[in-house]
Design a protein around this ligand. Sequence first.
Ligand code: F0G
Length: 459
Amino acid sequence: MKRIYFPEPFRIKSVEPLAILTREEREQKIAEAGYNVFSLRSRDVYIDLLTDSGTGAMSSSQWAGVMMGDESYAGADCYYAVQKSAGRIFGFPYLQIVHQGRAAEKVLLPILLEGKKYAIANMHFDTTRAHVELAGARAIDCVVPEALDTLSPYDFKGNMDVARLERYIADMGASNIGVVIMTVTNNSAGGQPVSVENIHATRDLCHRHGIKFMIDAARYAENAYFIKQREPAYRNATIPEIVRAMFEGADCFTMSAKKDAIVNMGGLIGCRDKAVFELVKQRTISFEGFVTYGGMSGRDIEALARGLEEGVDENYLRYRIGQMEYLAARLEEAGIPFQRPVGGHAVFVDAKKMLPHIPYYEFPAQALAIELYREAGIRACDIGSYMLGNDPDTGKQLEAEFEFTRLAIPRRVYTQSHLDVIADALINISERASEIRGYRIVEEPPILRHFTARLAPLG
Ligand code: F0G
């Protein structure tokens, strides 16, 4: 195998011990959890890949910032520290802190969607879709077709299909579309990047039709790193320069800071329009808290100010994406199918291809997630038909576009040995893939069922 180096630009000062259960103990725990990984206790998990959100390791500077946090109700120093770092990174005049990404969506989307029928995105993340629908509009996805073929090695599988967007605008009427959203990186398509060229083409199309253009910026720094590697015009640009180019001329952004700002809690809203910002401030005060703390403790705000700067460091990003590339290379060598090229925050294993004998209504990606726990105490999750759920009108199981088992890698948390454990576990499972059986649901709530449903193995 070609050697991939991803030198860690840090050393480890504090460690968190992990339990390693026996296979028998894991069998018992997952059965007790109703074969739902969300019902496992984290103490029973060896490598937790459920999400990269809020699970990163803070730096010594961020922990020092925790002690410096100013807990004043109004006008705290840490508020000004975030304004300074985020202002410099994103180049937006108006910024509002909130407690996480979905809070930013809850505050901003109803303002943009007032009296409108549609929001169109390259792909909506689940909570974004939920807030579009709660605001009374419909959420439409418009990703490039290359994203749907997991074997095609296309560089920018996160991109908006601009020609299709143009047709949607003509069909729906520009005045019915409240906002066009660009999610960077495109999480639901596999953490796939969006090019600056595509961001600008989408922005310009929106502006020609008087439609607001918003960025869902959860993984903006990873997106910028991919642009530096893959978009020739930006080969010699710095990461902060690329971030500025990505955000140039966008009307607003929402951000879950729990990803690329490497904090355990936090979010941001950016606006260019003062009138929109006034509404954002009012809604923040109602839902989150006074504008200078926005639902956060001062200590967490100070950690956010520092994390924003650390998240755009190129040495950090090289290490971060290098971890994905290392894991992906090991899987590729063993012939394990995944969304290629690998994304920025996770490896999305293609369970439809790995377990072709399990139909979508027996949840192949969930079956693989359960198998990973049994095999090595690894907790991953289903991004497929099990997560998608039932048609609200007919009650019938929907078939998802993808059946992914997502291995989301927390930031600065796991070592190369952990990555090898993950790869070895998948290789062992692939050798007995044909013996793995699907699951049926025995108990489920009507919405967001994947968090709490109970399953049973099929014989
Ligand atoms: N937008 C994107 C693209 C996301 O991936 C997430 C969260 C959010 C918005 C919402 O942010 O969790 O801070 O409220 N994604 C996590 C995940 C939960 O596991 O992919 P939040």
